[in-house]
Design a protein around this ligand. Structure first.
Ligand code: G1P
Length: 310
C-alpha cells in the first residue's frame, strides 16, 4: 500500500504515439497533436496545463512520424533572428512560448501496444515519484484547475487519482468506466472527490458500472509501473492503463476520482475538434468579438435542417 506522499508529483508524461487515423489524410504527414486549435497546436495547451499545475518536467512518449513534435518544442534560431530583424516582438514571443513553457524530453515507444505500454516507457524518467499523465485529446480550460485538484487529492490520500466526467450512459462505451463508493463525497473547489472501487475499459453500455468516464488526466504512484509490467493485453489486444488501475484497486491501493465540473474541449474526433476550435476562438479577446458577430449572422442564415442549400 502506498501512504500519502510527502513528495509531490513534479513530472508529467504525455503519450503522443497514436496514429491519428480519425484525422486522415491530414495526419499522414502531420502528427494529430500538432493540429492547430485556433493558432496553437493542441499539444501546447497540454504542456501549458502541466506547467501551470507545477509540473515543469515533461516526457513525451512518441512513435514513428512524430519528429515534428520534437521540432516544435525545440528552438528555431533562423526563425527567431528573422523575426528579431523585422522587429516582430509579438510573433517572437509566440515562438518563445513553445520552448520556454517546460523542459520537454522524449522517449520512443517502439511498438504501439497501448496506453499502458506507452506509460510504462516513462518508468526511468519518473523514477520513484508520483507523476501525472495527460492525454492530448482532452483540453481543460485554463480557468479550471482540474490537475491542481487531482495533485492535492493525491498528496492527501496517496495512490492514484483519475479525472472523471459523467458522459451519459449512451457514450460510456468510448471510455474507461468506473464504479465508485456510494455515499457522502468530499468536494474540492466544486469538483467532487470519489473513491473508485472498480474500472473497466470501454464496456458495452449495458455492462457499464456507471456513466462516469475517465477523461485524460491521471496522477499515478510509481508502483503502477510494476503492475503495468505484469498487465496482459486487454481490450483491443492492447495493454490498458485502465486494467492496471483496476489491479491497484484489487490490491487495496487507494484510487480516487475527481469528477470534473469545469469546461472540457474534446479534440479527439472531427466534429468535437471543430466545436473546440469555435468555442475557444469565440472566447479569445483578439478573435472573439469579430468571430462572435460573424457566427450570429452565419447561424441566422443557416437553412433549416432538411432544407437543401443551393
Ligand atoms: C483512453 C483510455 C480510456 C479513457 C480515454 C480518455 O482511451 O484508455 O480509458 O477513457 O483515453 O480520453 P482512447 O481514447 O485512447 O481510446
Amino acid at each position: 500500500m502506498s501512504s500519502p506522499t510527502a513528495r509531490p508529483a513534479r513530472k508529467a508524461v504525455i503519450p503522443v504515439a497514436g496514429m491519428g487515423t480519425r484525422f486522415l489524410p491530414a495526419t499522414k504527414a502531420v502528427p494529430k497533436e500538432l493540429l492547430p486549435v485556433v493558432d496553437r497546436p493542441a499539444l501546447q495547451y497540454i504542456v501549458e496545463e502541466a506547467a501551470r499545475a507545477g509540473l515543469p518536467e515533461v516526457l513525451m512518449v512518441t512513435g514513428r512520424n512524430k519528429a515534428a513534435i520534437e521540432d516544435f518544442f525545440d528552438r528555431h534560431p533562423e526563425l527567431e533572428s528573422a523575426l528579431e530583424k523585422k522587429g516582430d516582438a509579438e510573433r517572437l514571443a509566440a515562438v518563445h512560448e513553445s520552448t520556454d513553457v517546460a523542459q520537454v524530453h522524449f522517449v520512443r515507444q517502439g511498438e504501439a501496444r497501448g496506453l499502458g505500454h506507452a506509460v510504462l516507457q516513462a518508468s526511468a524518467f519518473v523514477g520513484d515519484e508520483p507523476f501525472a499523465v495527460l492525454l492530448g485529446d482532452d483540453l481543460i480550460d485554463a480557468r479550471d484547475h482540474l490537475l491542481e485538484h487531482m495533485l492535492a487529492v493525491q498528496a492527501e490520500h496517496g495512490g492514484a487519482v483519475i479525472a472523471l466526467l459523467d458522459v451519459g450512459r449512451e457514450n460510456i462505451d468510448k471510455y474507461g468506466a468506473v464504479a465508485i463508493e456510494p455515499g457522502e463525497q468530499e468536494v474540492v473547489d466544486g469538483d467532487q472527490v470519489v473513491r473508485v472501487t472498480g474500472l473497466v475499459e470501454k464496456p458495452p453500455v449495458e455492462e457499464a458500472p456507471s456513466s462516469l468516464a475517465i477523461i485524460g488526466r491521471y496522477v499515478l504512484p510509481a508502483s503502477v509501473f510494476d503492475v503495468l509490467r505484469e498487465t496482459p493485453p486487454g481490450r483491443g489486444g492492447e495493454i490498458q492503463l485502465t486494467d492496471a488501475l483496476a489491479t491497484l484497486v484489487e490490491r487495496g491501493e487507494p484510487v480516487h476520482g475527481v469528477v470534473f465540473s469545469g469546461r472540457r474541449y474534446d479534440t479527439g474526433d472531427r466534429l468535437d475538434y471543430l466545436k473546440a476550435v469555435v468555442r475557444l476562438a469565440a472566447e479569445r479577446d483578439d478573435l472573439g468579438p469579430p468571430l462572435r458577430s460573424w457566427l450570429r449572422e452565419f447561424v441566422a442564415d443557416l437553412p433549416a435542417e432538411g432544407a437543401s442549400s443551393s
